[in-house]
Ligand binder design. Structure first.
Ligand code: HEM
Length: 399
């Protein structure tokens, strides 16, 4: 992340740099982002990171390409349409209530870890309809996914890669088998809420990859977003007071009823976008600006860097949720927490619905005290996270 920051600082918003056998481009202006992600999206495919040879999620929506992707996107889109997400509200409320009751007995200290558990619980409960998972089962799953994501991240950065099937990768197999077994078991239960069933691929391996993709893509990102939002709120008392006033209304929290809460979510996504790096590689020669992108080049667009552009977001390093109140939206492709173009996040509406609900209900029930000092160090793996956790004290409110 420091390298990217230095490159943009020293060479401007469009930087070409060789690294090993590859030519990289770091693109940090909204026009380039729009060009690659949207207007010429057909000339690019996903770059390195999670790719379609991944043995757990390679056939899922995040990584498939071309006609296969178009088919999967068409099948799965209805699940995440606003009307369906609205139908998930009672399930979200119920699942959240169960988790908050547990926290009232045993308040968590690391809000990032707690939000991961909660966020996974919400996805499994509402998208898969698996409503009877214990906290211990959820923790095991977050442990598995966390380990696997770190493994994939390190693997994506090494040149010499043992095939996944190698027995050396014993820990990989243990976590992967446990994750697959749990997701398989869950998908045979009866489900009371709107779910993905009926929208998944017909063949069983693709179905499994699609389920794992939604689990992985849907929970870590949302968990981090909610954790940062709560942490930033706890470190800004005036903002906390505004959110608390909204949280005391007896309605389901939405961006319309809780504009400050929504603004805090957007501002947290701006400062700490969970997907901090998007990558693409050209499928053919694509003329751009005064040069050409060629197959094999790696194009990087970092929402994290883009969101700190002072021309678009004055005082870019400051947490100022009020910038989202009243003024219009930022220019196209300047705010990219959910990506852009045809491969924009399919779960955006669900993620924002969950985040507004969770932040508001947690604040209504608990007084938050941040134990981690402001501006904690971050780590940019496959997702952006705090390096050492976000520690907070949650005390049940008495007033
Ligand atoms: C705050 C939460 C979230 C953030 C920040 C986020 C971010 C993103 C981003 C940036 C992309 C585009 C990646 C690229 O272009 O390379 C993406 C794609 C995707 N996201 Fe999310 N996401 C979130 C929540 C969710 C949820 C809740 C789900 C589902 C349960 C989900 C499922 C997906 C899927 C399946 C894709 C691939 C879409 C495609 O390629 O057609 N995400 N997400």
């Amino acid at each position: 992340m420091a390298l990217f920051q230095a490159l943009v600082h020293d060479y401007g918003n469009r930087v070409r740099f060789p690294m090993g056998l590859w030519t990289f481009y770091l693109l940090n202006d909204p026009e380039s982002a729009g060009f690659v992600l949207s207007h010429h999206a057909h000339g690019f495919r996903k770059g390195p990171g999670l790719t379609n040879d991944n043995p757990l999620i390679g056939r899922g929506l995040l990584t498939v390409e071309g006609a296969e992707w178009a088919d999967a996107r068409r099948r799965l889109s209805p699940v995440f349409r606003p009307r369906n997400v609205m139908a998930m509200r009672p399930g979200l409320e119920e699942a959240l209530r169960r988790m908050l009751d547990l926290w009232a007995q045993d308040p968590p200290e690391d809000i990032e870890a707690a939000m991961m558990d909660l966020s996974l619980f919400l996805v499994l409960h509402n998208v898969f309809g698996a409503s009877d998972l214990s906290l211990a089962a959820i923790r095991r799953l977050t442990e598995d996914v966390d380990w696997l994501m770190r493994f994939f991240y390190h693997r994506s950065r090494t040149i010499w890669r043992f095939p996944y099937a190698f027995p050396f990768n014993r820990r990989y197999h243990r976590h992967a088998h446990r994750l697959i077994a749990t997701v398989r078991a869950m998908t045979t239960e009866s489900r009371p809420y709107v779910t993905v069933h009926g929208h998944l691929a017909a063949d069983s391996l693709t179905r499994q990859h699609e389920l794992l993709t939604l689990t992985i893509a849907g929970y870590e990102t949302t968990g981090h977003a909610m954790a940062w939002a709560l942490f930033l709120t706890a470190t800004h008392p005036a903002v906390e007071a505004a959110l608390l006033r909204e949280a005391r209304q007896q309605v389901f929290p939405t961006p319309q009823t809780h504009p400050w809460t929504y603004a805090v979510i957007l501002e947290s996504l701006r400062l700490y976008p969970p997907v901090w790096l998007l990558s693409r590689t050209p499928t053919r020669t694509v003329p751009f600006d005064e040069g050409t992108f060629r197959p094999g080049d790696i194009l990087l667009i970092s929402p994290w860097l883009m969101h700190r552009n002072a021309h678009v977001f004055p005082e870019p390093d400051a947490f100022r949720p009020e910038r989202w109140l009243g003024s219009g939206p930022p220019p196209p492709y300047a705010f990219l927490p959910f990506g852009g173009g045809p491969r924009r996040c399919i779960g955006e509406d669900l993620a924002l619905t969950e985040a507004v609900l969770v932040v508001s209900r947690v604040l209504a029930q608990f007084h938050l005290t941040a134990l981690t000092p402001p501006n904690p160090p971050v780590f940019g793996g496959l997702t952006l996270r705090s390096r050492d956790g976000l520690r907070m004290r949650l005390q049940p409110r008495t007033e």
